[in-house]
Design a protein around this ligand. Structure first.
Ligand code: SAH
Ligand code: DHB
Ligand code: MG
Length: 222
């Protein structure tokens, strides 16, 4: 088993169960055109988030880290007609590309794109009583992941699901002395998840078209 096999199998699964339409293909293309990084989730992972959204009956979703809106579009498509996803993006250039992609997807009505720092937007949401999110996807900068998760807990309803991308980092997470502050950041999150009695959590390793990584998945205890 090697990366080549993981990629082939990912292609097999995606073709079967997570085929991209023109909107999603164009969203990926827009990242190259705008010289943005190709760090969106994979098609399969998009479908995974859709399945989770349906399982927790999500009407209100919060996402940290929009990039070009690829994951946003996957999740928004799992929402009911009156559902909403708030997605937070710090970089105005990324946000402007994402807005175009979301518009192209016909999803402007369901997507509330907020340009700002994840920590500040979460504080605003809390202050204005925009709480009780059913699903929260954390995929912004990695060093403050633990703080993002703790803030997310205040915005989640009992029984909500919180998912954090990139918590394994090609296995670098095993290195407790890592000088990479992204690795140290996800290690702090993972340790906290093991101690936090408010959630029931685990981590799924992810292999496929992108580099070896993992997603933490947490249930907010009722
Ligand atoms: N969820 C996207 C990928 C997100 S990449 C997808 O799968 O399609 C991470 C994004 O987080 C980048 O666009 C980056 O600009 C943004 N970001 C980084 N730091 C941030 C912060 N403090 N607040 C909000 N967004 C941030
Ligand atoms: C990076 C960020 C991501 O969210 C991701 O899925 C992959 C890579 C990064 O910053 O390198
Ligand atoms: Mg990610």
């Amino acid at each position: 088993m090697d990366q080549q096999m993981f990629e082939k199998v990912d292609g097999y699964i995606s073709q079967l169960l997570a085929p991209e339409d023109e909107v999603l293909r164009q969203t990926i293309k827009s990242l190259d055109e705008a010289e943005m990084p190709q760090i969106s989730i994979t098609a399969n992972q998009g479908k995974f988030l859709q399945v989770i959204a349906l399982m927790c009956n999500a009407k209100k979703i919060l996402e940290l880290g929009t990039l070009g809106g690829y994951s946003t579009i996957w999740m928004a498509r799992a929402l009911p007609a009156d559902g909403k996803i708030v997605t937070v993006e710090f970089d105005p250039h990324h946000a402007s590309i994402a807005r175009k992609n979301i518009e192209n997807a016909g999803l402007l009505e369901k997507v509330d794109l907020r340009v700002g720092k994840a920590s500040e937007v979460m504080e605003q949401l809390k202050e204005s009583g925009e709480i009780n999110f059913d699903l929260i996807f954390i995929d912004a900068d990695k060093p403050p992941y633990k703080e993002y998760f703790e803030a997310a807990l205040d915005l989640a309803r009992p029984g909500a699901v919180i998912i954090c991308d990139n918590v394994i980092r090609e296995g670098k997470v095993l290195d407790e002395n890592s000088s990479d502050d992204r690795v140290a950041g996800v290690r702090r999150l993972n340790q906290m998840l093991s101690e936090n009695t408010k959630v029931t959590a685990t981590i799924l390793q992810t292999v496929g078209a992108k580099e070896y990584d993992g997603m933490a998945i947490a249930f907010v205890n009722k």
